[in-house]
Every structure is written in C-alpha cells, then in structure tokens.
Design a protein around this ligand. Structure first.
Ligand SMILES: Cc1cc2nc3c(=O)[nH]c(=O)nc-3n(C[C@H](O)[C@H](O)[C@H](O)COP(=O)(O)OP(=O)(O)OC[C@H]3O[C@@H](n4cnc5c(N)ncnc54)[C@H](O)[C@@H]3O)c2cc1C
Ligand code: SF4
Ligand code: SF4
Length: 400
C-alpha cells in the first residue's frame, strides 16, 4: 500500500521524505498545487511508511492531548518587528533555538524559480530569508530531506505540513529533538495564479531579485504611483507586496486593489484540501507553538504589529517565555479573534476560477476582470446577510 491513488492532498511532501526507496516525487498538478507521484512503482517495497506519516489519510490530529496557553507577543527589537509579518515571534523563536544549538527548517522565497521552499538555517544570518510570510504553498522536500533526525531542529510550516511532520518524527521516536511551529492558516492559493501574477510584474521590473509580501514601509520608487518616499505603513495595511527586480521596484497593496491579494483572500483559488479536508482551523493544531496576526479589538490601535502566540505543549509555552519577546497573556478567544473557525466555502466562483487559471491566453488582470462582477455581487449578498455588522462598519467609516 502506498500513496499512489491520493489526489488533491496537502502536498506536504512528508511521504517523499520518509520513503526509504526514494521513489516519491512532489510536483505541481494541473491546478497548481503540490501532489505526490510515484516515480517507479516497481521499486515500492510495500512498507506503508508513506501512508503512516500522511496527515491527509488520518482524521485525528497527530497531537492529541493539548493544554492551550496563549498570549500576544512581539519582538523587543524594533528592526525585527518591522521586518516580520506581525510581531516577529517566528524569528525570535528561531534565534534563541539557534543559539542553543538547534537548526531551523523554515521557508524562503527562491527568486530564480519563483517558488517558496523549505531550507535549513544553521546561523542567525541564514535565518533571515525565513522572515515574512510567503503566501503560496511551499515546496518542502529538499528542506525536509536535509534534516538529520539525530540533531535538534525547529520546523515551521502550514498546519497540515506540521501534522504530517509530527507523525514522521514520532515514527522514528525523535519527537524530543524537535520543536514544531505552525500558524493560523487561511489556505494556500494556486501556483497558477501566482505565476500569472509574477509574469505581469516581471514585464515592468525584469527578473526578480527580492520579494516581500508584508512590507511595512514604502522606502522605494512605487512603480504604480510613481512616488518616492519613506512612509511607514500601519501594520493593519501591511498586505503590501514589495518586489525588487533588475529594472526597478514594484509595490502593490491590498487596500489599493492588489490583484494577488484580492484573489487570494476572496477564497476563489485555494487548494481543494483547504476547502474540503482542513482539520486545522482555530484551536486545532499539532504544533508546539502556533503564531498568527493578532487582529482583534485588543490591539486595534497598534501600528507596529502584534503576533498571536498559542502554545499547545508546555515545552512551547516555556520556550516563548525565554525568547526576546514582550509577552502579554490573554485568553485564547482574545488572541484568536478574527481567525477562521471553519473551512472556506467552495462556491461557483471557485469552479470558474479553476477553468480560467488553466487558460494560457488569459493574464491575471483579465481573469480578475472576468470575476469582478461576481465578486462584487457576492460581497453585497454577504453584507445583506449581516445587516447589523454592515451598519456598524458604515458608521465606523463615516466616523473616520
Ligand atoms: C499561506 C499562509 C496563510 C496564513 N494565514 C494566516 C491567517 O489566516 N491568519 C493569521 O493570523 N496568520 C496567517 N498566516 C501567518 C501570518 O502571515 C504571519 O506569519 C504570522 O502573523 C506570524 O508572523 P511573524 O511576524 O511571527 O512571523 P513571520 O516573519 O511572518 O515568519 C513566518 C514564518 O512562517 C514560515 N513561512 C513563511 N511562509 C510560509 C509558507 N508559505 N509555508 C510554510 N511556512 C511559511 C517561515 O518559515 C517563518 O517561520 C499565514 C501565513 C501563510 C504563509
Ligand atoms: S498529504 Fe503529504 S504525506 Fe500525504 S500524500 Fe500528500 S504529500 Fe504525501
Ligand atoms: S488551510 Fe488547511 S489544508 Fe490548506 S494549507 Fe492551510 S492547513 Fe493546509
């Protein structure tokens, strides 16, 4: 028995990591999501390891007994907080563990092939590319395979990647060597969408040399508005892509209509598993620590960024308190305010998007335009479903 028949799974790559014959590859499927392929089934020895570690094949989480402890947290170092997506918890946890002799398996953006990928950092300097969320699915296999289970590691990833990874280290009785960290996860968008987006950006700025999804300052030439300044962006407005290329810079924010963020956050192009098989929303995790953006009312006036930090193990909780972090303990519902509690709804728009993304003749802006009316209609219908909330938002805007 092996994972041969599995389709539309989490694409976590742990099956490929564990396979003793090295016959499982992970590649993008037609919809732009990672999926396993058996490269040579005649070499399969039927050991069943790939199925054993696969989170997709199990209904229960790999971490069963949890005691949730939660807090708001942010780095005591201003520069770290400015670079990271929210409060910089991820970097501070990585930094302290590296100083204790651990390595970190985190995610960087590879500008050569325009993908996010797991890699190993052994020094604090090597940890820097892992700073900041890359809002696309990461390719895990090279990073996971480079892990020596006898050594100590922090491994970060989406909750589904982490759930499979815990099964993997448990199988080899090595859990004590690892600290696992995931995040509240909205889902991952199709790489078809990302490739179309980046193709348009490259037309303006040439080959990409640097990319940040959550840029908190505008310190460069904004190609859209042609403005050069050093404006600090309120953290709440930091869905702000900064792309540097050989011919210039590109800056684009959700609040100004960025097409990537509009499509990603409209839930029209996420992985099938994110709609149908995600068992990791809200307080469900197999990590020691879960991080996220603390968007709730408690910190709504904070402009620098606050992380939500949740520990599911005592080890995780103690580690958070050792880091270079300001910590304010809160109940879980305060820390997780605004996070998704259920899977997103897979509606007609998703089906249309699937077809549009596969068309080579359409660019990202043409696709967005084709969906625009339907997206607006959906927004209006949602508002009508929640009249009180809508009124409150309108009054808030008038007040501002
Ligand atoms: C696809 C995706 C969806 C997310 N959805 C939500 C959400 O719904 N709600 C929420 O509050 N937060 C979400 N986050 C997390 C959020 O963006 C911040 O990472 C979080 O607030 C922690 O911020 P930080 O400043 O501590 O760390 P950051 O500086 O953001 O560090 C990011 C950490 O995540 C890892 N990482 C980055 N990109 C990826 C990736 N593509 N796959 C796996 N690991 C990655 C890095 O290795 C690093 O350890 C999401 C992140 C991603 C990548
Ligand atoms: S969910 Fe992960 S372990 Fe399971 S088949 Fe897919 S890639 Fe392999
Ligand atoms: S939403 Fe769920 S299934 Fe999708 S990437 Fe995140 S954890 Fe995995």
């Amino acid at each position: 028995m092996n994972i041969e028949s599995i389709k539309d799974c989490y694409g976590c790559g742990v099956c490929a990591t564990v396979c003793p014959r090295d016959i499982i590859g992970i590649s993008l499927n037609v919809l732009g999501f990672y999926e396993p392929v058996i490269l040579d089934s005649s070499q399969c020895i039927d050991c069943g390891l790939c199925c054993e570690v696969c989170s997709y094949l199990h209904d229960e989480l790999s971490l069963q007994k949890v005691e949730i402890q939660s807090c708001a947290a942010w780095s005591k170092e201003k520069a770290v907080r400015q670079k990271c997506s929210s409060g910089g918890v991820s970097f501070e946890v990585g930094r302290i563990l590296i100083n204790k002799g651990y390595k970190v398996c985190g995610v960087r953006y590879n500008t050569e092939i325009n993908r996010a990928e797991h890699y190993i950092a052994s020094t604090v300097e090597e940890l820097i590319p892992s700073i900041g969320s890359k809002y696309i699915q990461s390719y895990t296999v090279d990073g996971f395979k480079a892990i020596d289970r006898k050594q100590k590691y922090l491994v970060t990833g989406t909750p589904c990647q982490i759930d499979s990874f815990r099964r993997y280290i448990r199988k080899f009785k090595k859990e004590e060597n690892f600290i696992l960290m995931d995040f509240f996860c909205h889902g991952v968008p199709s790489m078809l969408m990302w490739k179309k987006y980046i193709k348009e950006v490259k037309k303006t700025i040439g080959k990409i040399t640097y990319l940040s999804w959550r840029n908190k300052v505008i310190n460069c030439h904004d190609m859209k508005t042609m403005i050069i300044d050093n404006e600090k962006i309120d953290w709440h407005d930091s869905y702000n892509l900064l792309v540097k290329g050989e011919k210039g810079y590109y800056n684009s924010r959700l609040s100004q209509g960025d097409v990537f963020y509009r499509l990603f956050l409209s839930d029209t192009c996420l992985g099938k598993a994110c709609y149908e098989k995600c068992k990791f929303k809200y307080d469900r995790s197999s990590a020691d620590i879960r991080i996220g953006d603390l968007w709730g009312r408690m910190y709504k006036h904070n402009e620098d960024g606050v992380s939500a930090a949740v520990a599911f193990t005592q080890r995780g909780w103690e580690l958070l308190h050792e880091c270079n972090l300001e910590i304010v303990e809160h109940s879980f519902d305060v820390v997780a305010e605004g996070q998704m509690k259920e899977m997103p709804i897979c509606d007609e728009l998703y089906k249309r998007m699937k077809i549009l993304l596969q068309r080579d003749d359409l660019d990202i802006n043409q696709i967005y335009r084709q969906l625009l009316i339907a997206l607006k209609y959906r927004k209006v219908m949602n508002r009508l479903k929640h009249p009180v909330r809508t009124m409150k938002n309108i009054l808030k805007k008038i007040g501002k």
